[in-house]
Design a binder for this molecule. Structure first.
Ligand code: CTP
Ligand code: CA
Length: 224
């Protein structure tokens, strides 16, 4: 019924949404991660589904409910998310990458299994190696007609950093969120955003529910 009442302006479109955090294990029991809940991505996936798109969700370890005809690819690590997103991307018309991908992955503790705290001594030192930038890799592989939307979380210099990411990652649109405040960003139900388009246009969106922001992101992506 909801779908019947919604304009089907994404009918015939294949869209990809990445969401949630990734987990980078450094022994059998412990991982490095971040507080992303995947809410923004879940709102985007549901909005696209309501508007008639064929939706694929590459989901980090969070659990959101999706209709049965949404394809959900569950992943844990940045490496797995990279593989799943790049596999899905060639068949898609649009992708919105909301996942909070770990930028670094700890080098696993030697010996495998769960290491003992006594063996670490007074302090624990981990060595990290960089993960693949999934959005940048998708930007490199982008074909004519495909639309790629990135997110960008910043505590400082939001606009400047967002512009750099838009260009570097070959996105059509970047949605930049201020983080480090209680009322927006990670885990919040509302989000404030500056939206930058590759054609130089930018818009400031006042804080609004993520359901509403999601709707506007698809509007902008179609329009672009
Ligand atoms: N991203 C990604 N793969 C990564 C890191 C980030 O696909 N390994 C994507 C995110 O999903 C987001 C965009 O890149 O859409 C920007 O993420 P952000 O963390 O803001 O930027 P980074 O390029 O990782 O730079 P930094 O964290 O240093 O600000
Ligand atoms: Ca990052």
């Amino acid at each position: 019924i909801l779908k019947a009442l919604t304009p089907q302006d994404l009918a015939g479109k294949k869209v990809l949404v990445s969401l949630g955090p990734t987990r980078e294990y450094f022994d059998a029991a412990r991982f490095w991660s971040n507080p992303s809940t995947g809410r923004m991505g879940a709102c985007l996936a549901m909005a696209a589904w309501l508007r008639g798109a064929s939706v694929t969700v590459v989901s980090g370890p969070v659990s959101w409910w999706f209709p049965a005809d949404v394809t959900v690819v569950p992943v844990t690590t940045a490496g797995q998310m990279h593989e799943a997103c790049l596999a899905a991307w060639p068949a898609c018309d649009m992708a919105v990458m909301t996942a909070a991908v770990a930028d670094f992955s700890p080098v696993p503790h030697p010996g495998g299994g769960k290491f003992k705290k006594d063996a670490a001594g007074k302090e624990l030192t981990l060595t990290f190696s960089p993960t693949h930038d999934i959005l940048a890799a998708m930007g490199q592989k982008k074909r004519a007609g495909q639309k790629l939307v990135g997110f960008c979380a910043e505590t400082d210099n939001l606009l400047e950093n967002a512009k750099g990411k838009l260009r570097r990652k070959n996105c059509d649109l970047i949605v930049a969120n201020p983080i480090g405040r209680a009322d927006a960003g990670f885990a919040a139900s509302d989000n404030e955003a500056i939206v930058l388009a590759a054609n130089g246009r930018d818009e400031h969106w006042e804080s609004a529910p993520k359901t509403e922001i999601a709707w506007k992101i698809w509007d902008s992506t179609i329009r672009f």
